[in-house]
Design a protein around this ligand. Structure first.
Ligand code: GLN
Length: 548
């Protein structure tokens, strides 16, 4: 039976609760425990699949095909435990389950209320797979006091009472603002936040305080006294140079010890942090640097491509180099047509996934530049589709090649669709069907699918195997009908779905490194196990940098 750690936040949002949860998970693993991390989000969307990535950050896709919160990406990157559909839930999902049950008559005519019906639904969610691990870490999104969050806080309070004493603890993350004028760290917002938490019946066992600098002993004691926690359980979380320092930094501050103490686990097993020491050593002491251009839409910056930014860092870790990634707006050179002046000087070019036509002509130019100038190119999902369009237009003579996606958007036929809308495919032995009208969340080819790599291809060498499993999130697909035509002009379809119908990978033999993949390799990369494609892409970029 798992022990539960509930992680809440107060004072302000964006304090790095997800990161703190993930780092704690990694520290418990380092002491030999098994863990699973979960996110409970108070918003009313049923899942983040339809939420704008610019508002909410990247949609992280799990092996079992769920579109989830980007925090699940952090969890996976720190613990290596593949997230599942049942590791993320929103108020929307909880309410929709409750209402579905009500319509079915499951509640036998009772009046449906937040307590107990909604809270019971949340608690049922928390119990899923509780026998599988030593520790279940459950992060509650938002901050204490938010209206939507209340049912979650009430549910975790009840949960602690339902379980035997000592099986659940509460960890609260707050901010200690520094007032330069008086030279003080202020504890009052934290006191108020804890007061709010206690008013709804939750007394935190561990307090994690974000602050710019160390917490002086005096403030630590004050926090302990006023917030009713032990002084050793007041953990300072200072700003870090790299997120991957978090496990070691939290360990130095005594977070894992405080958590084990709260569970009264004694003696605590000793931690083995060698893996994290190596990762941090590689990040802090790089032996070189590469410059990567990520060509996207101007608005798609930052968190919208969190996993790609992290996977590039992991590629750097593998090669002991610092990766300087710069985001370029493809519309920049769409207007001027002058791709070279923007892309010259980069050691490699990455075109990430995306939706919609805007900006694609510029990305196609970037693919052409990379192909012709022999600059390493990694095309992911849309980035692969655009590389195929580029080759179709400029190598295979299909000058009007394009994607059905763009025609659908405009409502008119303008392109020869080398990329078409996929309406039927195999998921294991099951046939999945979709219609053109299915264009909202959850209707894509989602989650892990196998691909078979061609023996002797560049990718088979990189992966070191001929069967891979990678995560997908797309509606459109390269049309295999163009294979022969494109292969006769120099492209190689080096990875296919097991039934041979769906192109998964294209590469250009003779080019130093030109690979397009229909899936999202970035979702499976970890700092201690960099994804082979990203590791080799950065290696190729390093080689390219030495040519100058
Ligand atoms: N828009 C493309 C599709 O739906 C690519 C999606 C992506 O890049 N994730 O197929």
């Amino acid at each position: 039976m798992a022990r539960f750690i509930f992680i809440t936040g107060g004072v302000v949002s964006s304090l790095g609760k997800g990161l703190a949860s993930a780092a704690l998970g990694a520290l418990l693993q380092a002491r030999g425990y098994s863990v699973r991390l979960r996110k409970l989000d108070p918003y009313l969307n049923v899942d983040p699949g339809t939420m704008s990535p610019f508002e909410h950050g990247e949609v992280f896709v799990t092996d079992d095909g769920a579109e989830t919160d980007l925090d699940l990406g952090h969890y996976e990157r720190f613990t290596g435990v593949p997230a599942r559909r049942t590791d993320s839930v929103s108020s929307g999902r909880i309410y929709s389950n409750v209402l579905e049950k009500e319509r079915r008559g499951d509640y036998l005519g009772k009046t449906i209320q937040v307590i107990p019906h909604v809270t019971n639904e949340i608690k049922d969610f928390l119990r899923i797979g509780e026998d599988e691990v030593d520790f279940m870490l459950c992060e509650i999104g938002g901050t204490v006091g938010d209206i939507e969050g209340l049912p979650f806080f009430e549910a975790i309070r009840q949960f602690g009472q339902d379980k035997p004493r000592g099986q659940c603890i509460y960890m609260h993350l707050t901010l200690l603002p520094y007032l330069a004028a008086s030279g003080e760290l202020k504890t009052k917002p934290t006191q108020h936040s804890v007061k709010e938490l206690r008013a709804i019946g939750i007394a935190p066992d561990v307090l994690v305080c974000r602050s710019e600098g160390p917490i002086p002993q005096k403030e630590r004691e004050k926090l302990a006294l006023f917030c009713n926690v032990r002084p050793e359980a007041v953990i300072a979380a200072q700003d870090l140079r790299s997120i991957y320092e978090a496990p070691l930094a939290y360990h130095r501050e005594g977070l894992d010890q405080a958590v084990l103490d709260a569970f009264q686990i004694s003696p605590a097993p000793r931690p083995n942090l060698a893996k994290w020491e190596d990762v941090v050593d590689r990040i802090m002491n790089p032996e070189g640097e590469v410059h990567i251009a990520i060509v996207g839409k101007y608005t798609q910056l930052g968190d919208a491509y969190k996993s790609i930014a992290e996977a590039l860092t992991h590629g750097g870790i593998a090669n002991r180099v610092r990766v300087r990634a710069e985001w370029l707006d493809s519309e920049l050179f769409e207007k001027t047509g002058d791709v070279a002046s923007h892309l010259e000087g980069y050691d490699a070019i990455l075109v990430p996934g995306g939706f919609g036509e805007r900006g694609t002509e510029g990305k196609i130019k970037a693919a052409q530049f990379a192909r012709e100038r022999k600059v390493p190119y990694l095309g992911i999902c849309l980035g692969m589709q655009l590389a195929v369009i580029e080759a179709s237009r400029n190598l295979a003579g299909l000058t009007d090649a394009g994607s059905e996606e763009f025609d659908h958007e405009k409502g008119e036929r303008r392109f020869t669709p080398v990329i078409y809308h996929l309406k039927e495919w195999l998921e294991g032995n099951r046939t999945v069907q979709r219609s053109v009208a299915d264009d909202k969340g959850g209707t894509m080819r989602l989650g892990a699918y196998d691909a078979i790599l061609a023996a002797g291809s560049q990718v088979s060498g990189i992966y070191g195997t001929l069967t891979i499993s990678e995560r997908h999130r797309h509606r459109y697909e390269v049309d295999i009908a163009y294979r022969e035509r494109l292969e006769s002009c120099g492209l190689r379809f080096s990875g296919l779905s097991p039934d041979g119908r769906l192109p998964e990978i294209v590469e250009i033999p003779g080019h130093p490194w030109f690979i397009g993949v229909q899936y999202h390799p970035e979702l499976k990369s970890k700092p201690f196990a960099p994804h082979p494609l990203f590791a080799d892409f950065i290696r190729a970029a390093l080689e390219q940098s030495r040519l100058f």
